[in-house]
Write a protein that binds this ligand. Structure first.
Ligand code: ACM
Length: 286
């Protein structure tokens, strides 16, 4: 029992020191309209109450359904000197917060489907999507950098993009490296990922933030319907927040990242220590 008001205030301060507000912004990036997408992100994030970490969808600067590399070249940007990153840096500085966002990246004459981590001090790092989906293989190079995690003060975070979800190795590696929150920028079209990410959470005891997009994009060759339902999942396989299928929504929740440090599921079972790696070598064979 707390004895008095000052004890209860101290407890509140301690809880707020260790808890963290995390969220996603689900919207419909307008195809090839970088400025419009930036303006929407700025206006929505600026008016949002404080948050510590917010995740935006895959290719949030550009949209998704490219017809050719010419279209992609018009909107992809060098990281970190492009206009999209510049504005995200400004938001992070103003909000004293971290943002993860999908971005079409240009590197010389090649393109990557990337996601960036930006904080109050500016640009931090880039993840390049390892597992390209379908027509993405026509335009983007597959990622060429290892999966890394980043200490953002209140938690350690890892980045992955959309179709990476179907390769459980992605989340596992991030979790083994120490990620407590997995930031999953997405443009999902298959109906499985939101359910699968609950499994990714519980099998690694991590939080996940899937920031998906909404809307339909089409050209002469293809029409894609994005599935929305962005969500935040917990190490205990709870859905802490979920958006609708076709609504623009920004949602945040308070979490305790410490919970994701505990990999014990009972006195005798530990998610990481109990792995039988001597029987897993096929996982890294070609
Ligand atoms: C996807 O990886 N954008 C489906």
């Amino acid at each position: 029992m707390l004895k008095n008001k000052s004890e209860s205030n101290t407890l509140k301060i301690l809880i707020s020191l260790f808890s963290m507000k995390i969220g996603f912004f689900q919207f419909e990036p307008k195809f090839l309209e970088v400025e419009e997408n930036i303006n929407l992100i700025i206006s929505e994030l600026e008016k949002t109450q404080n948050f510590d970490l917010l995740v935006l969808p895959e290719l949030a600067n550009s949209g998704y359904v490219f017809k050719n590399k010419e279209e992609l070249r018009k909107v992809a940007e060098e990281i970190p000197k492009g206009v999209f990153i510049f504005h995200l840096e400004d938001i992070c500085k103003n909000k004293n917060a971290y943002v993860v966002s999908g971005v079409a990246e240009k590197k010389g004459s090649t393109f990557f489907n990337s996601s960036v981590l930006i904080g109050p001090e500016g640009y931090i790092s880039t993840y390049r999507k390892l597992h390209l989906f379908d027509r993405e293989k026509l335009f983007f190079e597959p990622g060429n950098k290892p999966l890394e995690i980043y200490d953002i003060g209140k938690a350690k975070v890892g980045l992955m993009i959309c179709f990476d979800w179907i390769f459980p190795e992605t989340t596992r590696i991030l979790a083994l490296k120490g990620a407590e929150i997995i930031c999953h920028s997405a443009n999902l079209v298959l109906p499985y990922s939101q359910t699968a990410m609950l499994a990714r959470s519980v099998e690694n005891a991590v939080y996940t933030i899937t920031a998906n997009r909404i809307g339909v994009e089409k050209n002469d060759e293809i029409s894609l319907n994005f599935t929305g339902q962005s969500q935040i999942t917990s190490p205990k396989m709870e859905t802490l927040a979920k958006a609708g299928k076709d609504t623009v929504e920004l949602k945040t929740v308070d979490i305790d990242p410490e919970i994701a440090k505990n990999k014990w599921i009972n006195e005798r079972n530990n998610l990481f220590k109990d792995r039988r790696i001597e029987y897993y070598s096929i996982l890294t064979e070609k």
